[in-house]
Design a protein around this ligand. Sequence first.
Ligand code: TRP
Length: 426
Amino acid sequence: MGFVLAAAGSAVGLGNIWKFPYITGENGGGAFVLVYLLCILLVGVPVMIAEILLGRATKASPVSAYRSQSRPGSPWVGIGVLGVLAAYLLLSYYSAVAGWAMHYTYLSVTNEIAGSSPEQVQGLFAALTASVPTGLGWQFAFLLLTFGVVAAGVTHGIERWARIMMPSLLVLMLVLLGKAMTMDGWGEGIEFLFGMRTDNLTAGGVLEALGHAFFTLSLGMGSMITYGSYLSSKDDLASASLLTAGTDTLVALLASMVVFPIAFTFALEPGAGPGLIFVTIPTALAQMAGGSILSIVFFVMLVFAALTSAIAIFEVVTAYLVDDFGLSRNKACVTGGLAVVLIGVPPSVSAVWFDRVDYFVSNWALPLGGLGIAVFVAWKMNAALRRGEFESGSRLAKFYRTWLWILKYPVPACIVVVFLHAVGLV
Ligand code: TRP
């Protein structure tokens, strides 16, 4: 249970509440959601089991885990290094969005949202993205918070907090869902999400659904290897993975079931892009009794969810600097932190850069990393060790062959076909 809460704390983040609704909106809902769910189940879960398993088997940090399972100088170590690069780039814009959430916490506390009309709420987001200093200021504040937590060695304290925050976030989403159900746009919102309109689905949309499955489950950069290394041989790895993926998917679906009814009720554009939740949720809360308090609670929780994820992403970078460059943990935090601050500037300055770096990380780097992990664990890793790890402590031990088969054939095939399809080759 402790493991699931920690892993879910890493997985549940901006990906669920900010990104999933907005890319669903951009891709026309319905069919995109179905493809996404298939990607989670058929690709995400098997890869998550592989990553956690590799971590538990090697008790090592991401890059070292590959090294310990291959010959010196082996190119497999490159998958780990690609993961570090992805983590570094991901943090550069993840922190920008987390900064937006901090800005909205501030707006909620200073009571600037309550009573605003939908146009005024849209104006707040436009003003934020138009002011580079405001965006950068909050982004740096968020990064300082992240590095502070890591440097002060209070990560475990934060994880303990996350155990309270995560269930509270779920309760808050249910409260908001209750409100969304009473809105005029409820039916239209739900039909948008779950109705089948395949005409909207493009090759780019399928690539995005696959990429987001990796993004939201924190896969493809070796982060779950770290979590796996904390697991004992008595823990049930496959069940824990399923539960983590299930919780993560539930939060994403709940968030969308709140966002789209609001969008249709107030005639907001579902395909509005990265600002979608920052416009829809405050619009509804501005009109609601007790909305000011709920708004503070919502954005504080969003910042918190982003923080637990950012800590885990930053860990991939620092562990690499410690293991491969022999830096002390403190030096690694400072060096890694400065490097992230530098690479964090462009996404806050240019929306085009923001889109490109997200596109590259989510849709190419993470699935490529996931492909590497799947092939490595399925084809390269010591078979006896792999089987022992899968079965140890597991109620799902009898599914070993099924899992291995999925990891050997359908997972790599899906990723490769989606890649080729996206560049127009098949
Ligand atoms: N899953 C996180 C989210 O949905 C983002 C993320 C991607 C992540 N890769 C990660 C978090 C690695 C922690 C570790 O917001």
